[in-house]
Design a protein around this ligand. Structure first.
Ligand SMILES: *[C@@H]1O[C@H](CO)[C@@H](O)[C@H](O)[C@H]1NC(C)=O
Ligand SMILES: *[C@@H]1O[C@H](CO)[C@@H](O)[C@H](O)[C@H]1NC(C)=O
Ligand SMILES: *[C@@H]1O[C@H](CO)[C@@H](O)[C@H](O)[C@H]1NC(C)=O
Ligand SMILES: *[C@@H]1O[C@H](CO)[C@@H](O)[C@H](O)[C@H]1NC(C)=O
Length: 470
């Protein structure tokens, strides 16, 4: 039973041990920023933190025990120095330490001595608290980030307690005598409380979806493919980074290639997105039949020297205007294969194999098939980043055309090829560029915005270095 469970875990874990198509490196600068934000957040939150009640018992020797309860405690003031946060290679996570933390709390006290009950209010201050902890980062078999406490210690230097109400004149000396015990009671609560917070956080992370909806048609799967790797000055996270069509979850025929992302410059993060990641998006669009466009004459500017009509095409296909006089035409352009992107230094090459089916539009609106052309083309695209989206601008490198089939007889394609090349450059490319400049959103991690990112296309991947703001 246990062995099959272990086997199952290994097998499922293995399916997430695939080659990452997206890598994220967080640097010390990110850690500092995170720690600043965390401190601000804590400063705001700490006032509303519910403090678990403290109870204990003090022996009065032969007279028995006094039981006491400190409850309804709220933080009235807090001095929260910024903690030092560091990558901890040894633990495989982060180390945090804070000193000089002071906190003021008011609450209720109750004592219980035999049948005698007493109670009132108190003000308590804990000063110069020192805390240090180490968390270990990991991943579960679904690819979620996990966080666990590897080490925690807390020490309170000083405590003052002022009590009011009830028989506080009696209780006060009792408190003064037993301050030490109350202090260690509170000290003992700090680490379990931190542990509980971290467990809550892990539960929250575990419940998170590892896929992100990028657009109506596209989702990106972002499980971790391995445990985070912690080094002395940065943290490496490897993600699956594969796009899928939102309706049909099918795997492409090609696979992710490993790549190495090296941090350069003083940035909070470095993000690497492999060729495979982009090609998986291309595959998702292709397999859903979304890579097709219909071109008709109304899309061509009236001033253009060429038009989609049978008299114009008569220049290359003399028999056409005789068979279909004075008719408008329509072109259906469809990708024949998945358009594949190749990342080279500073540019992206794209091979596009398309077929173009030409129709005459009969006066009764029926589309009459004329011929089909196969087009092999290649493009070079400069990739850039603006307004939070990855965008591009493309130019055409090669364009060849072959007649695949014809309902109007054989014809020479050389002049048509030249004319279509011009048409591609003046019609198709501007359209493609419009799509590319529309761009695709980089998966944002919740409310993190990239701040002046630097995008660099490397061999096999694109690297984005950036600071972030929340
Ligand atoms: C041309 O195509 C556009 C967009 O597909 C369409 O709105 C328009 O009606 C078409 N025009 C003709 C004349 O078929
Ligand atoms: C066909 O296109 C040519 C220009 O290429 C234009 O002069 C002619 O008016 C067009 N004919 C029709 C029927 O639209
Ligand atoms: C339109 O005309 C074509 C050619 O004459 C014919 O084959 C087709 O059936 C017609 N379609 C309609 C809807 O009338
Ligand atoms: C176009 O590409 C296909 C598939 O790669 C190839 O078989 C064909 O020979 C190419 N045609 C031209 C004209 O380059």
């Amino acid at each position: 039973m246990l062995s099959s469970l272990v086997l199952l875990l290994i097998l499922t874990a293995h399916s997430y041990g695939e080659t990452p198509a997206m890598k994220l490196i967080l640097t010390k600068k990110a850690l500092q920023y995170g720690s600043q934000l965390g401190t601000q957040w804590m400063q705001q939150k700490v006032q509303s933190v519910s403090i678990p009640q403290v109870q204990g018992s003090v022996s009065l020797g032969l007279l028995g025990n006094v039981d006491y309860v400190l409850s309804e405690m709220t933080v009235t003031r807090c001095i929260l120095p910024e903690p030092s946060v560091q990558f901890d290679e040894g633990t495989g996570g982060l180390q945090t330490a804070v000193t000089g933390l002071s906190i003021w709390v008011s609450g209720r006290w109750n004592t219980h001595y035999g049948l005698i009950h007493d109670g009132g209010s108190f003000d308590l201050s804990l000063s110069n608290i020192g805390m240090s902890s180490a968390v270990k980062l990991g991943n579960d078999h679904m690819g979620h980030l996990t966080i666990s406490i590897a080490f925690c210690s807390a020490r309170i230097s000083d405590i003052t307690i002022n009590v009011q109400g009830g028989g506080s004149l009696l209780f006060k000396p009792f408190v003064d005598r037993n301050k030490g015990q109350i202090k260690s009671q509170i000290e003992g609560k700090i680490c379990p409380e931190i542990r509980r917070l971290v467990e809550d956080l892990t539960q929250h992370l575990t419940a998170m979806d590892v896929s992100v909806s990028v657009s109506h048609n596209l989702i990106m799967e972002l499980p971790l493919t391995s445990a985070p790797s912690v080094q002395s000055s940065n943290l490496h996270l490897d993600f699956k980074g594969e796009f899928y069509n939102a309706q049909h979850h099918t795997e492409p025929t090609f696979q992710a290639e490993p790549f190495t992302l090296t941090p350069h410059g003083d940035y909070m993060l470095h993000l690497g997105l492999s060729e495979f990641s982009v090609n998986s998006a291309s595959y998702a669009y292709f397999s859903a039949g979304l890579l097709q466009v219909q071109i008709n004459d109304s899309m061509i500017p009236p001033s253009s020297p060429f038009h989609l009509n049978t008299s114009f095409f008569g220049s290359f296909i003399p028999q056409l205007p005789k068979m279909f006089p004075n008719m408008l035409m329509e072109l259906h352009v469809v990708a024949r294969e998945v358009p594949m992107f190749r990342f080279i230094s500073d540019e992206v090459d794209l091979g596009l194999l398309a077929s173009v089916k030409a129709f005459a539009i009969h006066p009764n609106k029926t589309l009459v098939p004329l011929f089909k052309l196969n087009i092999n083309s290649s493009f070079t695209c400069k990739v850039f980043f603006s307004q939070g989206k990855m965008r591009g601008s493309a130019m055409m490198n090669t364009f060849t055309l072959a007649l695949a089939s014809s309902e109007v007889g054989i014809f020479q394609t050389t002049i048509l090829e030249n004319v279509m090349k011009i048409g591609m450059k003046t019609m198709f490319l501007p359209k493609l560029n419009a799509k590319l400049s529309e761009g695709t959103v980089l998966p944002s991690f919740h409310q993190l915005h990239l701040d002046n990112p630097v995008v660099k296309v490397e061999v096999g991947f694109v690297a984005i270095s950036s600071d972030v703001t929340v």
